[in-house]
Design a protein around this ligand. Structure first.
Ligand code: GLC
Length: 456
């Protein structure tokens, strides 16, 4: 279904680009083809029947993620909005799970100035790269609510004084562990990577007696944005920096970074399955939630799913900060998603109203309780219902507010190229093609070509 929608969106886009390109010699009666194709997409969703006959209906297309429960929850919020605004139809479309692929799809729409998508769910690393295509939400009422959200995220989303996206949910990498198995093998929650390695081995060996498919540690090793997050955590947790520092210097070729990435490569095929080098978030979650792994690195969304009624690990796991290396302290990559309105939308005012509604307290509270998506609205971290559903929002609050940003602000609009070079390089180490020393030595020159920054 997801693939179908993506293909449909791509073909709609190509059709509209084609029609625009041919407009001078297109017969007048064929011109509305663009609208027809929009309608075709819109039929994927229910349309509101409550609009009174005389009112003009407006359709807003919002493109969202579908990792975990995202799509279902977003459809629910769209329903809530449509109930309150009978003249608006909000269509929710899904997009590829991998952030890198999602960006590719968005750029196809944005670079062709397509009006097909009004509201985009954008990653915390993209405001700088995408700002040129997005409206300033402060011109559409966001100023009144921006202060309710975490200030660093608002700052992250402000490019040249313009608020190009409203914060929606924040993310930080966490260590998931099977509390029942730590108890069974009399082990503590690991505080360092060495401890994690040792405990993963013990539990894996023990559990394999009954379950040959059992592994010690699962994480995101595919060559995509998720690997950039995992690897930034390794580096920062070991005092190895974050690839490019805030002063715009390339720091990746350093001993601590090399050491920890070589260590991570040694997990592949030992405490982590060989296939981990093609795992994204959902592959890791499926293995952990299926009862086949002792530890997992993942984002908070996996918490509520792991505790769902049909989960075999319900009540048997917990979360903690990620381990630290020998010479650092544990680090969590800062993730999260925002809502942005396209400059090319035909209805930017209504699109902005939809974006602000999705990001408002009521919607964030619902998503926090049902899906363990971390709010960006500060007051929700003191909300009893939210804390009851996800107690770690309170106990790991410091992890969320001190998470390590990827170097997106200082490298914009080239962050995606920087990240792609980094995860490709790390992936070559994980798959054994190169060792980290050679890979990072080469990488620093690639990063210099991309950014023109100095090597430190
Ligand atoms: C999560 C994070 C996002 C990150 C992505 C990588 O969705 O919220 O910021 O880029 O994972 O896979």
């Amino acid at each position: 279904m997801k693939k179908f929608l993506v293909l449909l969106l791509i073909s709609v886009l190509m059709l509209s680009v084609f029609m625009t390109g041919c407009s001078s010699d297109t017969p007048a009666e064929e011109a509305p083809a663009d609208e027809e194709s929009t309608e075709e997409v819109a039929t994927e969703e229910e349309t509101s029947e409550e609009a009174s006959a005389g009112d003009e209906m407006v359709e807003i297309n919002l493109i969202s993620g579908a990792v975990g429960q995202e799509l279902e929850l977003n459809k629910e919020i769209a329903e809530m909005y449509m109930d309150e605004n009978p003249n608006v139809v909000v269509n929710i479309f899904d997009s590829p799970d991998a952030a890198t692929d999602r960006l590719g799809l968005y750029l196809q729409f944005l670079e062709s100035k397509s009006s097909e998508v009004d509201v985009y769910q954008i990653d915390v690393i993209w405001p700088g790269d995408l700002a040129a295509h997005l409206v300033d939400l402060n011109e559409y009422g966001a100023e009144a609510v921006a202060d309710d959200h975490f200030a660093p995220i608002v700052e992250n989303n402000t490019v040249d004084g313009k608020l190009v996206a409203i914060p929606w949910f924040t993310d930080a990498g966490l260590l998931y562990y099977r509390s029942d198995l730590l108890e069974k093998y009399d082990l503590d929650v690991p505080a360092t990577w060495d401890e994690l390695e040792a405990s993963a081995k013990i539990i894996q060996e023990g559990e394999r007696a009954d379950n040959p498919d059992f592994w010690g540690y699962v994480w995101q090793g595919n060559a995509y944005e998720g690997l950039t997050c995992d690897a930034i955590e390794w580096l920062d947790s070991n005092g190895g920096g974050t690839v490019i520092n805030k002063d715009k210097e390339i720091t990746v070729f350093n001993e601590k970074a090399i050491e920890i990435v070589d260590q991570a490569a040694s997990w592949v095929g030992t405490i982590s399955p060989e296939g981990v080098t093609s795992f994204q978030e959902e592959e890791a979650r499926n293995m952990f939630q299926g009862g086949n792994a002792a530890f997992m690195r993942n984002w908070p969304y996996a918490y509520s799913l792991g505790n769902s009624d049909d989960s075999v690990i319900k009540g048997k796991f917990d979360v903690s900060p990620l381990p630290s290396g020998d010479s650092g302290s544990g680090a969590a990559a800062l993730g999260g998603w925002q809502l942005a309105v396209s400059k090319y939308s035909e209805n930017p005012e209504i699109a902005a109203d939809v974006a602000l509604y999705f990001a408002n307290e009521k919607s964030q509270k619902m998503r926090a309780i049902v899906g363990s998506y971390n709010p960006t609205i500060k007051s929700l971290y003191e909300d009893e219902d939210v804390l009851e559903a996800s107690p770690f929002f309170g106990s790991l609050y410091d992890v969320f507010v001190n998470a390590t940003p990827r170097p997106s602000t200082q490298t914009a609009p080239n962050y995606n190229a920087v990240s792609t070079a980094f995860f490709t390089s790390v992936h070559s180490v994980l798959t054994g093609e190169m060792d980290a020393e050679d890979a990072f030595e080469e990488l620093q020159y690639d990063l210099q070509d991309i950014t023109d920054f100095e090597i430190k």
